[in-house]
Structure formats: C-alpha cells, structure tokens
Design a binder for this molecule. Structure first.
Ligand code: HEC
Ligand code: HEC
Ligand code: HEC
Ligand code: HEC
Ligand code: HEC
Length: 355
C-alpha cells in the first residue's frame, strides 16, 4: 500500500494487481513521491487499517415538525384579531362618551390611545411575538448559503467542460459513486487533457458575474503554474511537483449532518442536477439548493425508492437490497400499497442524518 501511495503509476508498471486497480478507476490519484515522509505514510496506512464504519447513535425516532408556515398564518390571524379588538374597544368607548354626554354626565377627558397603558402593553406583546418569530427564523437560516458563488483561484467553467465538451461528471467526481464525498479532482486529472490543450480558442466568450471578460488561455496558464508544467518543454514535466489548487468549497452542511453521495446516486439513482441544478450551464458553480433539513425531508417524503418486487409471473425487478422489507413486499402484492418512499424505509429517522 505504501508504494501505491508514493507513486501508483510506478507500481502499476511492475505489479499486475495495481495495474488492474489503476485501469478500473475513472480518475487518477495524485503522486506523492518526495512530498510525504515515512511517519506520515505509516500514519496513513495505520489509519486505513484501523478504520471502522461509524456506528450511528442518536435520539429515539420521532416525527419531525412540519415547516413553519402554520405558525406564520397563526401569527397574522392573531394580529388581525387584536386590531379588530382594539378598534371595537375604541368604538365602544366613543359610544359610551356620546351617551354620557347626551345624558349630561361629566367624565374625565379620555387618555389618548398612545398613553393608554393597555394599548402600550398590547403593542409590546405583539412586537415581542413578531420580532421573536423573525429573530428565530433568521437564526435558523444563519449559516445557510443558497446561491453562494465564491471567486475561485482559476476560472474553471463547468459549462465548457461538462456542457459543451460533454465530459462526464464522474470523470472528475467519480468518488460520488462509491463514497460519501463527490470530491474535487486533483491537478493531475486536469493535466490528463491539458498537457495537450494549451489554449482556449474553440468555446464561447467567458464572462464573470460582474461582467468582466475572462481570458481562458490565461486561466489555463494558471493551471500550469499549479502543475509546474511548461508547455514548451512538456517532456520535462514532473507530475509529482504539482501543487494542489486551493478551490473554495461551495456546499457545506453543518458537522452534525451525515450526507452520503453514493447512497443517493448509486442506490437512490438521483441525478446530480436534481440537487445541484443545471451545472452544465454554469460557468462558475453556485449553490442551487437550500441544503436545509426541510429540503432533505421533503424529498424523502415524496421520492419512491426502486423497490424490490415480484410480478405475477414471479419475475423480480428493483433493488434487491429491499427484499428484506417483507411487509411492504406483501402489501404491494396484495394491493394495499403501490410504491415505497424513502420515508417508508426510514428516511425521516433522526439518527439516519444526525450522529
Ligand atoms: C473536468 C473536471 C470536472 C467535470 C467533468 C465536472 N466537474 Fe464539477 N468540479 C470540478 C472542479 C475542479 C470543481 C471545483 C471548482 C469549482 O467549484 O468550480 C468542481 C466543483 C463542483 C461542484 C461544487 C463543489 C463544492 O465546492 O461544493 C459541484 C456541485 C460539481 N462540481 C458538480 C458537477 C456535476 C454535476 C458535473 C457533471 C454535470 C461536474 N461537476 C463535472 C471539476 C469537474
Ligand atoms: C440528493 C442530493 C445530491 C445529489 C443527487 C448529488 N449531490 Fe453533490 N452534494 C450534495 C450535498 C448536500 C453536498 C454537501 C455535502 C457536505 O457538505 O458534506 C454536496 C457536495 C458536493 C460536492 C462538494 C464536495 C463534496 O463531496 O462534499 C461535489 C463536487 C458534488 N456534490 C458533486 C456531485 C455530483 C458530481 C453529483 C452527481 C454524480 C452529485 N453531487 C449529486 C447533494 C447532492
Ligand atoms: C477530458 C479533458 C479535460 C479535462 C480533464 C480538463 N479539461 Fe479543461 N478544457 C478541456 C477542453 C476541451 C477545453 C476547451 C478548449 C477550447 O474550447 O479551446 C478546456 C478549457 C479549459 C479552460 C479555459 C476555459 C475555462 O473554463 O475557463 C480552463 C481554465 C480549463 N480548461 C481548466 C481545467 C481544469 C482546472 C481542469 C481540472 C479540474 C480541467 N480543465 C480538466 C478539456 C479538459
Ligand atoms: C432529490 C431527493 C433527495 C434529497 C434532496 C435528499 N435525499 Fe436522501 N435519499 C433520497 C433517496 C431516493 C434515498 C433512497 C436511496 C436508496 O434507495 O437507498 C435517500 C436516502 C437517504 C438516506 C438513507 C436512508 C435509509 O433509510 O437508509 C440518508 C441518511 C439520506 N438520504 C440523507 C439525506 C440528507 C442528509 C439530505 C439533505 C442534505 C438528503 N438525504 C437529501 C433522496 C433525496
Ligand atoms: C433526511 C435528513 C434529516 C433527518 C431525517 C433529520 N434531520 Fe435534522 N437536520 C438535517 C439537516 C440537513 C440540517 C441542517 C439544516 C441547516 O443547516 O440549516 C438539520 C438540522 C437540525 C437541527 C439544527 C437546527 C437547524 O434547523 O439547523 C436540529 C435540532 C435537528 N436537525 C433535529 C432533528 C430531529 C430531532 C430529527 C428527527 C425528528 C431530525 N433532525 C431528522 C437533516 C435531517
């Protein structure tokens, strides 16, 4: 394993198994020769050897609350009722004054409403409730960053690569099929193509969100400075000298949430675009979805899983993994149920997403 980490391509030339693994991967790993020390290597191998899947622990299952629209409507209705009550009170006291006047009873001048203690108290309560509602929801949104589009160190366009040139997402984000993370490709993956593509000439003109023009060729030169590559002397290039590009991460879930790409892409067959939007039309990527708990839950409520079922002739379709849910299986057969959603297999249980 240590030889693989240091320089997989060297090992793949002499070792049949390594060659096989290398050929079966869509993306290549960075070469660490000269960049990693022996203690670091030992630590990596030790970590991998000792690694065990995390055991989920959490509170007992329950039903999550619905979204807060009910509370808002309730608040508005209360406010209207309070206003009506105020107006009626005012009308009542005016009528009383009129009748008192006509009967000739003298009463002290009424206190103007802005000095009336009852009105002041009522107004304070309303302010407290409405203000509290907005403060609380603003705090829950705190840290969310829909539409976040940071300026990246290289103007790298998904539209040019995944759109116009139709490079498969998994060529660069292949980890999404097998692991929790989709991962960002290393410089060496870019260089697979850019060793020969030295300039940007074929694609459309590129502009930044602020309207300024982008020189694609200049951006490719930036890539070369990270890679330590000189196009005039391509043969002398040493991939092991490449420095990683410091991309700014766009999507960030809080640490208390567990999200797994392979679960959604391989088992769930959800398209990247459902969650990330039309990436193939974006130059620089921005965050398309809210990434709130309600967003995850709503999709789990509505999305059907590829449930394992057998038709009348006994032919089986769907994901075999679900054959363990015998009850649903029987319900589908007897017609009590026509499909199974993520919710039915436990997609709303707190501990599936929180650890
Ligand atoms: C040629 C390589 C390449 C291909 C092909 C590619 N990407 Fe990317 N992707 C990158 C790089 C590099 C970044 C980091 C820079 C950035 O955010 O723009 C990235 C970033 C992203 C991000 C944002 C990650 C974050 O920081 O949160 C998403 C989402 C994404 N890609 C989705 C896709 C999808 C969907 C496709 C297919 C339609 C795709 N990518 C195709 C290289 C690629
Ligand atoms: C069900 C929704 C969903 C689908 C489908 C999905 N993603 Fe993501 N993606 C997310 C979320 C949520 C995050 C943020 C993860 C985090 O912060 O831990 C993310 C993060 C990323 C990142 C940033 C790096 C990382 O792994 O955290 C990349 C790149 C990315 N996605 C690419 C893709 C690609 C490519 C596909 C399709 C093959 C895809 N995603 C499909 C929801 C999704
Ligand atoms: C599968 C081949 C391939 C890979 C891998 C690839 N590119 Fe490209 N790249 C292209 C092609 C094709 C063009 C368009 C050239 C043209 O239109 O003249 C391009 C254009 C560019 C441009 C200029 C346009 C723009 O997007 O600003 C930059 C910068 C660039 N690539 C950076 C990268 C980076 C960074 C990576 C690694 C994350 C990468 N490329 C990976 C094929 C690739
Ligand atoms: C576009 C729809 C969609 C969105 C959005 C979505 N999911 Fe899912 N999720 C699915 C599907 C479909 C499955 C079922 C996969 C399968 O067949 O096993 C799933 C399964 C899961 C599971 C496994 C559940 C189980 O019982 O095994 C977890 C955990 C999970 N999702 C977490 C999340 C989190 C966290 C988010 C939000 C950040 C999220 N999901 C957003 C569609 C979605
Ligand atoms: C499908 C995945 C999923 C399930 C199931 C889930 N959560 Fe969440 N939860 C999330 C995500 C994603 C966030 C982060 C939202 C954000 O960043 O705003 C979150 C945030 C939270 C927060 C922090 C407050 C907030 O809104 O940011 C609490 C508390 C919480 N969840 C409790 C629960 C409880 C209790 C349950 C079970 C009844 C539960 N969650 C079930 C995905 C889930």
């Amino acid at each position: 394993m240590q030889q693989w980490i240091v320089n997989w391509s060297k090992l793949a030339k002499t070792d049949a198994h390594a060659a096989e693994v290398a050929a079966s991967r869509p993306a290549v790993m960075q070469i660490f020769e000269g960049q990693i020390t022996q203690p670091e290597l030992d630590a990596v191998v030790d970590y991998v050897d000792k690694w065990q899947p995390p055991v989920a622990t959490g509170p007992a299952q329950g039903q999550p609350e619905g979204e807060g629209h009910g509370a808002l409507i309730f608040g508005i209705i209360s406010l209207i009722m309070a206003l009506i009550a105020l107006i009626l009170m005012q009308v009542n006291s005016n009528l009383k004054k009129l009748s008192d006047d006509s009967e000739g009873i003298l009463r002290p001048e009424p206190v103007p409403f802005y000095k009336n203690k009852v009105y002041i108290a009522l107004f304070s309560i309303v302010l407290f409730v409405v203000g509290g509602y907005y403060t609380a929801s603003a705090l829950i949104d705190f840290g969310r960053q829909k539409h976040y589009e940071p300026t990246q160190p290289i103007f790298y366009s998904h539209k040019v690569h995944a759109g116009i040139n139709q490079i498969n997402c998994l060529y660069c984000h292949g980890a999404a099929m097998e692991s929790r993370h989709a991962a960002i490709p290393s410089v060496n993956v870019c260089m697979n193509c850019h060793k020969t593509i030295n300039s940007y000439t074929k694609g459309p003109e590129l502009t930044r969100p602020d309207g300024s023009k982008v020189d694609g060729t200049r951006e490719i030169e930036k890539l070369y400075s990270y890679a330590g590559f000189d196009p005039k002397n391509a043969a002398a290039w040493d991939p092991s000298k490449a420095k990683p590009i410091t991309w700014t991460k766009i999507h960030n879930l809080p640490d208390h949430v567990y999200f797994n790409h392979s679960q959604h892409i391989k088992a769930g067959k959800v398209q990247c675009q459902t969650c990330h939007g039309e990436i193939t039309n974006m130059d620089e990527v921005y965050q398309f979805s809210e990434l709130s708990m309600g967003w995850c839950i709503n999709c789990h409520r509505n999305t059907k899983v590829d449930f394992y079922k057998t038709d009348s002739s006994g032919k089986a379709t769907g994901n075999k993994f679900y054959s363990i849910y015998e009850k649903f299986h029987d319900d589908i057969k007897s017609g009590k149920m026509d499909s199974v959603t993520v919710k039915d297999i436990g997609g709303l249980e707190c501990q599936k997403c929180h650890y």
